[in-house]
Design a protein around this ligand. Structure first.
Ligand SMILES: Cc1cc2nc3c(=O)[nH]c(=O)nc-3n(C[C@H](O)[C@H](O)[C@H](O)COP(=O)(O)OP(=O)(O)OC[C@H]3O[C@@H](n4cnc5c(N)ncnc54)[C@H](O)[C@@H]3O)c2cc1C
Length: 420
C-alpha cells in the first residue's frame, strides 16, 4: 500500500511530460509506473538505427487483426515499451499538424484545443534556433533541429518539389505549413532525444517527490464510487501492489494501452466486457472505438549511383502537399528517404531510395478491443486501414505525387528505375 498525490500510468511521450511537470512542485508526490525497462538497447540513441527497434525488446510487438481494406493482411503495429515509450523507438520527426487539424478539434467540441490555444504549449515544449519566436519556442526541453549537413540526393529531392511547382516552406512548424522543407528531428548531438530524455531523465534522480518504477505493469484502475482512487500493478517478479492517489490517476498508457486498461477496469462497452466476465463500472461504448492512424505507402527506386546517407534518420526532406488544389489545406505528406524501404519479406535493391507518402487525415476508423481479461494478453488492434474509399483515393493521389517526385528531372542522376 503506497500513497501518492498523483499516479501517472505509462512513461511514454505523454507520461514523461506529465510526471516531470507535476513533480515540479516539491509538495506534490508523484508516482510514475512504466511496464518497460529504464534503458533500452544502444540502438535507441542512434538515429539511423531506429528501424531495427521495431520487433526488438523495446517494442510491444503488436500485430493488427486481418485488415479487410488490405486483402486480409496482418501488419506489425509497433509501440514503445521502455522509459520514453514510443518516443524511444519512433522516427524522431518533429512536425506539428496543420493548424486546421487542431481547429477542427475545437470545432468538434474540444474547447481549448484549437491551434491558437495550443501554440503557447508548443512553444513551451521546444528550444529552436533561428526560427520565428511567435511560433517557435526558445527555452523548452525538446531540441528539434534540421540536419546541419545537406546530402546531395536530399538537395536534389528538394529541387524536385520545386520543379513540380510545390512551394518551399522555411519552417513547416511555423507560419507556413505547406510545401517542402528540411525535416526537423528531435536529435541532439547525433543522439535521439526521447520525451524521457527531454523531460524525465534530467529530474528523476533529483526530485525526492518523484518515484519512477519500471518493469511495473498496471493491471487495473481502482474505482470507488465515480472516482479513480488508485491502481493495481505487478512487478516483473510477479509481486503485486496497490498504489493510492489522493488527487488523481493520469492514464498515459498510449493509444492501445489506455483503452485496454479502461476495459480491464470495467469502463467501456458493457456487453463486450461482460463477455470477458468483467464487472461493469461504467457502460461507455466509445472507449476503444474510433482508432485512426495514418497509412504510409512508398515508391522504391534502385539507385544509379550510391546514395550518400544523411546524418539523421534516413529521411531529410518532407513535403506537406495538397493532392487537389481545391482543398483548403495539405492532405498529404511526401517524404524522401535515402534507403530502399522494402518490407523484410521482399527483396529490395541493394542501393536505392524511397519516396514515401502518408495521408494526413485518414477517414477510416477502427478499434482496440479486449481479446481476453488477462492484462498480459495483447488486445485486438484494428486500425481499419483503407476501409473508407476516400482513403483509397487519397493514397492513390499520394502515390501519383510520390512517383512524380521520384521520376523528376532533378532526381534523374540518382534514379536507375522504379522497382516497387
Ligand atoms: C515506429 C514508430 C515511428 C514513429 N515515428 C514518429 C515520428 O517520427 N514523429 C512523431 O511525431 N511521431 C512518431 N510516432 C508516433 C509517436 O511516437 C506517438 O504518437 C507518441 O509517442 C505517443 O505517445 P503516448 O504517450 O500517447 O504513448 P506512448 O509513447 O506509446 O507511451 C505509452 C507508455 O505506456 C506504457 N504502458 C502501456 N500500458 C501499460 C500498463 N498497463 N502499465 C504500465 N505501463 C504501460 C508503454 O510501455 C509506454 O511506455 C511513431 C511511432 C512509432 C511506433
Amino acid at each position: 500500500m503506497r500513497a501518492h498525490d498523483f499516479i501517472v500510468v505509462g512513461a511514454g511521450t505523454a507520461g514523461s511530460v506529465m510526471a516531470a511537470r507535476l513533480s515540479e512542485d516539491p509538495g506534490v508526490r508523484v508516482l510514475l509506473l512504466e511496464v518497460g525497462a529504464a534503458e533500452g538497447p544502444p540502438a535507441m540513441s542512434v538515429p539511423a538505427a531506429w528501424p531495427t527497434l521495431i520487433g526488438s525488446e523495446v517494442d510491444w510487438g503488436f500485430n493488427t487483426v486481418a485488415q479487410v481494406g488490405l486483402d486480409g493482411a496482418v501488419l506489425p503495429y509497433p509501440r514503445g515499451k521502455v522509459l520514453g515509450g514510443s518516443s524511444g523507438i519512433n522516427a524522431m520527426a518533429h512536425v506539428r499538424a496543420h493548424r486546421s487539424s487542431y481547429d477542427d478539434w475545437a470545432a468538434a467540441g474540444a474547447t481549448g484545443w484549437g491551434y491558437d490555444d495550443l501554440l503557447p504549449y508548443f512553444r513551451r515544449s521546444e528550444t529552436t534556433e533561428g526560427r520565428d519566436p511567435y511560433y517557435r519556442g526558445t527555452d523548452g526541453p525538446m531540441h528539434p533541429m534540421a540536419p546541419r549537413r545537406q546530402p546531395p540526393a536530399a538537395v536534389d529531392c528538394l529541387a524536385a518539389f520545386k520543379e513540380l511547382g510545390h512551394p518551399y516552406s522555411a519552417d513547416l512548424n511555423g507560419a507556413d505549413q505547406e510545401g517542402a522543407s528540411w525535416y526537423e528531428m528531435t536529435i541532439v548531438d547525433g543522439n535521439r532525444q526521447s520525451a524521457a530524455d527531454a523531460y524525465l531523465r534530467p529530474v528523476m534522480r533529483r526530485r525526492p517527490n518523484l518515484t519512477v518504477i519500471n518493469d511495473a505493469q498496471v493491471h487495473r484502475l481502482m474505482i470507488s464510487g465515480n472516482r479513480c482512487t488508485g491502481v493495481e500493478y505487478a512487478e516483473a517478479n510477479g509481486q503485486r501492489w496497490t498504489a493510492w492517489a489522493d488527487s488523481e490517476v493520469v492514464l498515459c498508457a498510449g493509444v492501445i494501452g489506455s483503452p485496454q486498461l479502461l476495459h480491464l477496469s470495467g469502463i467501456g462497452p458493457a456487453d463486450a466486457l461482460r463477455s470477458h466476465c468483467i464487472q461493469i463500472v461504467a457502460d461507455v461504448p466509445g472507449v476503444g472505438e474510433n482508432l485512426s492512424d495514418h497509412p504510409l505507402g512508398s515508391v522504391v527506386y534502385a539507385a544509379a549511383r550510391p546514395v550518400p546517407p544523411g546524418e539523421n534518420n534516413h529521411g531529410d526532406i518532407l513535403g506537406a502537399l495538397r493532392t487537389d488544389q481545391t482543398l483548403d489545406e495539405p492532405d498529404m505528406h511526401v517524404l524522401f528517404c535515402d534507403v530502399p524501404l522494402t518490407p523484410s519479406a521482399m527483396l529490395g535493391p541493394e542501393s536505392g531510395f524511397t519516396i514515401g507518402f502518408s495521408l494526413l487525415r485518414p477517414r477510416s476508423r477502427g478499434s482496440v478491443r479486449l481479446a481476453s481479461a488477462d492484462p498480459g494478453a495483447a488486445p485486438l488492434v484494428d486500425p481499419g486501414f483503407l476501409t473508407d474509399e476516400r482513403d483509397v483515393a487519397g493514397m492513390l493521389a499520394g502515390l501519383r505525387l510520390a512517383r512524380e517526385i521520384g521520376g523528376s528531372d532533378a532526381m534523374a542522376r540518382w534514379r536507375k528505375e522504379e522497382v516497387r
